[in-house]
Design a protein. Structure first.
Length: 381
């Protein structure tokens, strides 16, 4: 994911929530802009300290609505029994890591649909609250209602990788029974919507509305760039589909018994490995992973506790099956190393370099594709 550095701030029902450095900056900018607006109203309307409190509350409500949007994606994925690795708040909104396409076109459609649908509901809630209050607070909440409505509509537009573009992809996939055709249609739709955004950006800048112009220009760049790259990605995936995970995987990493003490694990396996995660096994079955940081947090207090007490849930680690095609596995890995499990038993590992080595070895006479980056995360709003 193109999120930069990120920090884990909470875990909600087993799903880790992260915030990225880009989100911290945009959150600070939002608070400052709201504060500047409120202070311009004058001290008779709102005092300086009250303006700061209202600005922070508005920011909490705004970014809370984005979190609800992402949570809706995650909840729907969980209802479809799909793995959810994480939710990350970034400067464009948020990104939920899941395998929506694993449940076919209907699953992909539903996971994408609940995002803008939840934002639309939030807009309605803000509108009701705004009408039930008065004064400056009513104005701020009313503004959040309009902002949520605009974002819900924008995110539902049929331009990949927006949620609307993913819904279009799922619909075409269901009708044609061909996901690559659906990807191609979604890519071209993204270009069309992106050109429209670009035209709107130029028009707004011409009217000296530079903030809106930059915002629409950013969306235009994302949509057009993603759409133009779709053909190359389809061709690349068509090459990867000829291979299976077993063809490219490497030997598995060292497994750590769940009953081993944290002191032993730190001394014999984890020390000097930075934040690399190692599989944890119980009776030969992988039940999660453990890293230096997860073991050290608990081990510093009680080094005799078993490794299972410092376990990182398996749904937070990329896991692929040996029979999966490389194009499916490659997209899910997202540039990370993953474990290859066969009915819970660890048989190998797979990462970006392994896929690249397979490509160079098997696709003879072909030049290596530029970069080996997974499909971009959805810029959820």
């Amino acid at each position: 994911m193109l999120t930069g550095r990120r920090w884990k701030v909470a875990t909600v029902r087993g799903i880790p929530l992260y915030v990225s450095t880009s989100w911290v900056w945009i959150a600070a900018l939002y608070v400052w802009s709201e504060y500047a607006y409120l202070t311009r109203l004058g001290p008779v309307v709102v005092g300086s300290s009250e303006a700061l409190v209202l600005a922070v509350v508005a920011a909490v409500l705004f970014f809370g609505s984005i979190l609800i949007h992402e949570t809706a994606h995650a909840v729907m994925a969980r209802r479809l029994d799909l793995p959810v690795r994480s939710v990350t708040l970034v400067f464009w909104g948020g990104a939920t890591e899941t395998r929506a396409d694993a449940r076919g076109p209907l699953g992909e459609f539903l996971v994408a649909f609940v995002g803008p649908a939840s934002t639309l509901v939030i807009a309605g809630v803000f509108w009701i609250v705004s009408n039930a209050t008065s004064g400056v607070a009513s104005g701020l909440i009313g503004y959040l209602a309009w902002l949520s409505l605009i974002f819900a509509v924008l995110n539902a537009l049929p331009g990949f990788p927006l949620d609307g573009g993913r819904m279009l992809l799922a619909a075409v996939w269901g009708m044609t029974k061909n996901r690559r055709t659906a990807m191609r249609v979604a890519g071209w739709a993204g270009i069309v919507v992106g050109v429209a955004f670009g035209g709107a950006a130029v028009w707004m800048i011409g009217r000296n509305d530079f903030g809106a112009g930059v915002f629409f220009g950013y969306f235009a760049a994302i949509l057009i760039t993603t759409g133009r790259s779709m053909e190359g990605r389809i061709a690349f995936r068509d090459q990867l589909v000829t291979g299976r995970v077993t063809d490219a995987m490497r030997p598995p990493p060292t497994a750590v018994p769940a009953t081993m003490s944290l002191a032993e694990a730190l001394d014999h396996v984890l020390r000097g490995t930075s934040d690399q995660a190692f599989p944890v096994t119980d009776a030969g079955v992988v039940i999660g992973t453990v890293s230096m940081s997860s073991a050290r947090r608990l081990g510093a207090r009680n080094p005799l506790r078993p490794v299972r007490d410092a376990l990182i849930p398996l749904n937070q680690t990329p896991v692929v099956a040996p029979t999966e095609t490389l194009d499916e596995a490659f997209e899910w890995l997202g540039g990370r190393d993953g474990l290859v499990l066969d009915q819970g038993v660890l048989i190998g590992a797979l990462g970006l370099r392994d896929v690249e080595q397979w490509y160079r070895r098997v696709i003879e006479g072909q030049s290596s594709p530029t970069g080996f980056a997974a499909l971009p995360p959805r810029p959820d709003l």
